[in-house]
Design a protein around this ligand. Structure first.
Ligand code: ADP
Ligand code: MG
Ligand code: MG
Length: 209
């Protein structure tokens, strides 16, 4: 179970974590992109937290939709529309809900991943955020099927995302700016996969007592 308060706390903490990791994410993007991923994500989530008080008494779907709209209007680049779509689809899965049980969270994660795929047309192994998100979603789903609690399932999801991030290092980028480098993208960790991992890890930390 994820409560609305946990979702709100998560989003607040994501802003803190992305600020702390702003330079790290930007350095990753400097190697294979245009050195702005940390700047983009930090700008977006700083804006998000200014919008949260206005929707804190609404349902989780409305809160996530606000996150989506804020990211679309403030992040820019490739990641703005992609994270915007992720949160928009997640908001639809959470429409009207004050809490998310494990099945709701699976629906949330599936909608989020499907949104990124439809928007960005990336395949697994293209060295994108999908390489963290998709294994995380699968691990969460499998853990719930095996009877895990939300926290246990999220631990598995975060471990899978971390593995997915590491797995981007030897890959050739097939999407986004990094793809312009071709084989020269080999040996570098994908910034978007890294931000996706950090966002998921922050959810785990938020719900861990
Ligand atoms: P930009 O490349 O426009 O400067 P960012 O630096 O903010 O945007 O984000 C780059 C990240 O976006 C990449 O590391 C990658 O994970 C992700 N990305 C780029 N294109 C796609 C895509 N088509 N599908 C999924 N993720 C993508
Ligand atoms: Mg960039
Ligand atoms: Mg850019």
């Amino acid at each position: 179970m994820l409560t609305k308060q946990q979702i709100l706390d998560w989003l607040q903490s994501v802003a803190v974590v992305l600020e702390q990791n702003k330079n790290y994410l930007t350095e990753l993007d400097a190697a294979i992109g245009d050195a702005d991923h940390g700047i983009n994500m930090n700008r977006g989530f700083q804006k998000v937290i200014t919008q949260l008080p206005g929707v804190a008494d609404k349902d989780i779907g409305t809160i996530l939709k606000t996150v989506s709209m804020t990211l679309i209007s403030s992040v820019g680049g490739a990641s703005g529309p992609l994270y915007g779509t992720l949160f928009l689809r997640a908001s639809t899965a959470a429409a009207g809900k004050q809490e998310l049980n494990n099945q709701d969270t699976i629906a949330f994660l599936e909608a989020a991943v499907d949104g990124v795929v439809q928007r960005g047309k990336a395949n697994l192994g293209d060295k994108t955020m999908l390489d963290a998100l998709s294994p995380a979603k699968n691990a969460f789903k499998q853990a719930v099927a095996d009877g895990a609690s939300t926290q246990e399932a999220l631990q598995k999801a975060v471990a899978a995302a971390e593995e997915g991030v590491k797995n981007t290092i030897p890959l050739v980028a097939k999407k986004g700016r990094a793809s312009y480098l071709g084989d020269r993208s080999i040996g570098h960790q994908d910034p978007g996969a890294t931000s996706s991992y950090l966002i998921l890890k922050t959810l785990l930390e938020t719900i861990t007592p």
